[in-house]
Design a protein around this ligand. Structure first.
Ligand SMILES: [Zn+2]
Length: 251
């Protein structure tokens, strides 16, 4: 079985509604991860220690996308790289972020949440903090995961940047399709070069995401969000199954 999840980070206000439109066009749910707070924009907080008081990002928009059935998950409190702070600071930042999600994101449920690390950067000690706080977490590593089970906690992904990720994504998808299978998780950001610079390794995806999804659905590859995939594995206690049927031949 081949399952594909594209996991969009940060909260781009132009791109995220467009990603949702693309996914809805295929009857799919988008997988969107947002930074809770902002000073200007996400990606800013590489020098922040502790838990600064910052304005929220656009929870009205995130809630409107969630209300349309899409997956909105935590992508940190203030986009701090938790490899660069003390464990106590990391814990404080995680907890402050999860509090804000619980308070402001409609339908948020910590027992179902997937925590998406900023920069896909974590340590074993920081990951251990999440074991009692969320259902699972996404960090850096291979984009090909084993199929999830009821006990899956750690999900790895790859990304590409700075610059456009199309070539990298297409190459990795082609390798995945030729593999025995598993769960492909790839981290994206905005569409059509929407992004912002600084120390973030930006990756973008062009609007032909739509073509890619159509191709994969036609090939019978399952296209799921991170939580859909984990939750389905939890429900059936084994391999996830998609309601989307195979309607074509593999390439
Ligand atoms: Zn990010």
């Amino acid at each position: 079985m081949h399952i594909v999840s594209l996991s969009f980070d940060d909260g781009f206000e132009d791109s995220f509604p467009r990603v949702v439109d693309l996914y809805e066009g295929h009857g799919l749910r988008a997988c969107l991860n947002i930074v809770a707070t902002v000073r200007g924009r996400p990606g800013f907080a590489a020098d922040v220690e502790g838990v600064p008081e910052l304005d929220l990002t656009n929870f009205d928009l995130w809630n409107s996308l969630a209300a349309r059935g899409h997956e909105i998950m935590p992508h940190t409190y203030c986009h701090q790289n938790l490899q660069n702070v003390s464990l106590a600071t990391a814990e404080a930042l995680i907890d402050r972020g999860l509090e804000l999600f619980a308070e402001h994101l409609q339908g948020y449920d910590a027992s179902r949440a997937i925590y998406n690390f900023a920069y896909n950067a974590s340590t074993p000690e920081v990951e251990a903090l999440l074991e009692t706080r969320v259902r699972a977490w996404r960090t850096g590593g291979s984009e090909i995961n084993p199929l999830p089970t009821a006990t899956t906690r750690r999900i790895t992904c790859s990304a590409h940047g700075p610059g456009n990720c199309e070539e990298d994504l297409d190459r990795k998808l082609a390798e995945f399709v030729a593999s025995e299978g598993g769960w492909f998780v790839y981290n994206l950001h905005g569409l059509d070069e929407e992004g912002w610079g600084g120390r973030h390794t930006w990756t973008t995806c062009s609007a032909d995401c739509s073509t890619r999804e159509r191709r994969f659905v036609r090939w019978g590859r399952r296209w799921m969000t991170l939580h859909e995939c984990v939750a389905t594995a939890t429900r059936v206690g084994a391999r996830p199954h998609s309601t989307r049927s195979s309607t074509g031949d593999p390439p």
